[in-house]
Design a protein around this ligand. Structure first.
Ligand code: FE
Ligand code: FE
Ligand code: ZN
Length: 275
């Protein structure tokens, strides 16, 4: 069965998000554990987690994905930002670890002038220190569009981060289709892309797909998401992605510009596409 969901507001609580996901035909979802811009925490109650676990089991939900706040930057040129980012990351994973078997999605970071290799070292150092402290959560590094000084728009950069962090078991990768297309990957050549990924990183590390079309042509590095089939990537490529033998069993998360009704329609379109 297709594992599919979309980004939801954590203000609903875990049970609320699960109910909402269920109501639009989803069996997973993504959320921010804290405000994406201010980094302020969202309250989680023991009772909410308990009810959520029950609901998940009964309804056969797929793993869920917590998305890091944009304020986390492990490779900022400012030492204070790096320090605060590590603290937020540790606190977030500690929380998510209460719900075993789920994913924490991280933007690798922007080096803000330090240069790519120094940036990669800083990210890897922090992950190498933090990840071995946790057993229940897998951190996934999101592939980026390469906007500004963003790190993680090539498989080489992601492979280096994983290698230099000491290859912890609980590190993986999230493909964001809009970001990859914007970074210059021709997604219609999916087999070639996956074989490059396997060679450089290992296909087992691929855990999550962010399913987004792009408002801009290939290689534009703009990172503007579009509704599925309405952008430059096109519906045929999404069919390829959803049915690929290495991808079809992974959780797909929509981050397209939609309200709930729009997401429900998009999920239905995608389910029909793979029928
Ligand atoms: Fe993201
Ligand atoms: Fe994304
Ligand atoms: Zn994006």
């Amino acid at each position: 069965m297709l594992k599919i969901g979309c980004h939801l507001s954590a203000s609903l609580g875990f049970l609320g998000m699960a109910h909402t996901a269920f109501s639009i035909g989803a069996n997973t979802f993504q959320f921010f554990l804290r405000s994406p811009k201010s980094g302020k925490n969202i309250d989680i109650s023991e009772e909410d987690l308990e009810l959520f676990r029950d609901f998940n089991l009964k309804n056969n939900f797929a793993p869920i994905v917590a998305h890091s706040p944009y304020t986390i930057n492990l490779c900022s040129s400012k030492p204070m930002v790096r320090k605060f980012s590590k603290k937020m990351l540790r606190d977030d994973i500690k929380k998510l670890d209460l719900l075993p078997g789920n994913f924490y999605n991280l933007h690798p970071g922007s080096h803000t002038g330090l240069g790519i290799s120094k940036g990669i070292r800083f990210i890897a150092e922090s992950l190498g220190e933090i990840l071995p402290e946790f057993k229940n959560t897998t951190l996934v590094l999101e592939t980026m569009a390469g906007k500004g000084t963003e790190i993680g728009s090539t498989f080489d950069e992601i492979a280096d981060i994983i290698d230099f962090s000491g290859n912890p078991d609980n590190i993986g990768v999230c493909f964001d289709t809009c970001h990859m297309f914007d970074a210059g990957f021709d997604l219609s050549k999916l087999d070639e892309i996956l074989s490059e990924f396997d060679k450089k990183i290992g296909i087992d590390r691929l855990k999550i797909i962010h399913l987004n079309d792009s408002k801009n042509p290939i290689g534009s590095k703009k990172d503007r998401h579009e509704k599925i089939g309405k952008g430059y990537i096109g519906i045929d490529v999404f069919h390829k992605i959803l049915t690929n033998k290495y991808l079809r069993n992974l959780p797909f998360i929509l981050e397209t510009p939609n309200d709930l009704i729009g997401y429900a329609e998009e999920i239905l379109i995608l389910k029909n596409l793979v029928k």
